[in-house]
Design a protein. Structure first.
Length: 318
């Protein structure tokens, strides 16, 4: 790490240490770009919270998300990427001698660079219902891998019908006595292989056409109120925990009004991962895209890095 960071000018600063950011860092460092990767507590990769990844090429028996990230980080380190742990709070953009210069501000410092790759990922969406915030950490969770052990032989509900919800429900069967999946639609959205595993597991019950209205209890979760959307019938059901997996929202707040975002906050890019600001690129789950998977995040990272290399080379010749 350069000793005088205030005056040092990196070729690229990568924001986020998930599969997209780490993949980008491997490519930029191999291209001999001076690369700094910043990863803070607010940008924890969803991959690190995944117990078992079965659809990443090369691992037919699956691999733990944390293990995969450790391998990617080791590869990034091997090629010379510099890493720091800090939370990014903003990016300043200025032009000096007709050249773009960016200052990436963190909670404890700031770093100057010629280009930026935003790979900040996404975080879990909240339901926004009564009791959710009150009981967060007291029975309400957004990560079964993190909290399942607290619910040994307990009765829990999983909210959601996609891959993440079903994967987490299956993981919970190692600990909880009974798991009920609540999904608002008449059919689940998850991959068929996950649906087969869920419907064949005696510990799991699926409640379709149902929504959760509120979470209740004294000091901890004790019950939930759900509604059958087909009949409008409401029911109070006893439970010890609620795991919420209803989708994600991008970690793009620190960008403020610097780059173009869609209505949900996802970063708009072209197929080269370029944003509307020359010199700023985005990749992975934080950008607007069709499929958000680890394999596509890695591909995004590689494309973003390739685009940065071309951008830096062109800038240095002018």
């Amino acid at each position: 790490m350069p000793t005088n960071l205030k005056d040092h000018l990196f070729d690229v600063v990568i924001i986020g240490g998930g599969p997209a950011g780490l993949s980008a860092s491997v490519y930029t460092s191999r291209a001999r770009l001076d690369t700094l990767l910043i990863e803070g507590a607010s940008l924890v990769s969803q991959a690190s919270l995944t117990d078992k990844i079965e659809n990443y090429p090369g691992f037919p028996e699956g691999i733990g998300g944390l293990s995969l990230l450790e391998k990617l980080k080791a590869q990034s380190d091997y090629f010379g990427t510099k890493h720091i742990d800090d939370d990014v709070i903003g990016i300043c953009h200025k032009t000096i001698n007709q050249k773009n210069i960016f200052q990436v501000k963190t909670e404890s410092s700031s770093f100057n660079c010629r280009s930026v790759i935003v790979a900040s990922g996404a975080k879990f969406k909240e339901l926004g219902i009564p009791g959710e915030e009150r009981f967060c950490g007291k029975g309400v969770s957004y990560c079964a891998t993190c909290d399942a052990a607290f619910f040994k032989e307990k009765n829990v509900f999983v909210i959601g019908g996609g891959d993440a919800a079903l994967e987490e429900a299956l993981f919970l069967t190692r600990f909880a006595a009974n798991i009920s999946i609540v999904h608002r639609r008449p059919t689940l959205r998850a991959a068929k292989i996950l649906q087969e595993r869920v419907f064949n597991n005696p510990k799991i019950k699926v409640l379709l056409n149902s929504v959760i209205l509120e979470i209740n209890g004294q000091s901890n979760v004790e019950s939930i109120k759900i509604k059958d959307v087909a009949t409008n019938k409401e029911s109070d059901l006893a439970c010890d925990g609620v795991f919420i997996f209803i989708g994600y929202k991008p970690n793009s707040g620190f960008l403020k009004d610097l780059v173009s975002l869609d209505e949900s906050g996802y970063i708009l890019t072209d197929e080269s991962m370029k944003t509307n600001i020359e010199g700023i690129f985005a990749c992975g789950d934080c950008r607007k895209k069709l499929l958000r998977q680890i394999v596509t995040a890695c591909g995004d990272g590689a494309v973003a890095a390739f685009s940065v290399v071309a951008y830096i080379e062109a800038a240095k010749t002018h």
